[in-house]
Ligand binder design. Structure first.
Ligand SMILES: [Cu+2]
Length: 238
């Protein structure tokens, strides 16, 4: 249902959506039932001529059941939600797949800098490609990201991937994603980070293998050339 509004563009997007849908169904069903009972009671026991209201203390067992039985049912459904949530958590946060490439994501007030590994596939080498506010990745490739912040708390959020990770100054936080859908998707900061917080949108460009190779050829500096010219990852890649 969420995919009507935001496409599912990563391997775990559908799992996150299913979890949210499960919670919606369980919580929604209980909400509707509770409201129906509430309104039925209001109408059934409304004010009537000659009928005095009763003071119910709720300490009789037959009355307490109205609280305890629904409570037990809520606990059972809580367990269902926790088990489903832990399965998704385990897949997304605990068992990281082996990455095919690593990108560095650096947040600051108020922009995103991305460091691509370049043609050699390794970070911190002469052929790294730096871009600002545009992240280029290849479809169906597993990426590890290393998230940093230069100043305050930010949050790296890619709604189409169902991915959100806080960036904490002084720490490197790693995560992963595998884009499944080619296209351009929003990146937004999801943590209030100052007056320009709303002004730090970025884009992630998920490219097909051919298009991504083309992009690398256009922007990547071959290591040998970079060593000669000292042009390591300099500009031109926006
Ligand atoms: Cu921010």
């Amino acid at each position: 249902m969420i995919s009507w509004f935001v496409p599912q563009a990563s391997t775990f997007a559908a799992d996150v959506d299913s979890l949210i849908f499960l919670i919606l169904v369980i919580v929604g069903a209980w909400f509707l039932l509770a409201e129906a009972v509430l309104f039925w009671l209001i109408l059934r026991f409304r004010k009537r001529e000659g009928v005095r209201s009763k003071y119910v203390t709720g300490d009789v067992k037959s009355e307490k059941r109205w609280v305890s039985y629904p409570h037990y049912a809520v606990l059972v459904f809580d367990v269902v939600i926790v088990v489903a949530a832990l399965r998704v958590w385990n897949d997304v946060k605990v068992t990281d797949p082996v990455p095919e490439e690593t990108v560095r994501v650096v947040s600051q007030q108020w922009a995103w800098t991305f460091v691509h590994a370049g043609p050699d596939g390794r970070l911190d080498t002469a052929d790294d490609i730096k871009t600002v506010d545009d992240l280029y990745v290849q479809q169906n490739r597993t990426y590890r990201f290393e998230l940093h912040s230069k100043d305050v708390l930010h949050s790296f959020s890619v709604p189409a991937f169902r991915l959100k990770q806080d960036a904490v100054p002084g720490r490197m936080i790693a995560g992963w994603f595998k884009p499944t859908l080619a296209g351009d998707f929003d990146i937004q900061c999801a943590e209030i980070c100052g007056i320009g917080h709303g002004l730090m949108p970025a884009r992630i460009h998920v490219q097909t293998a051919t298009a991504h190779q083309e992009w690398l050829r256009e922007h990547g500096v071959m290591p040998a050339l970079a060593a000669n010219t000292g042009a390591a990852g300099q500009g031109g890649a926006r």
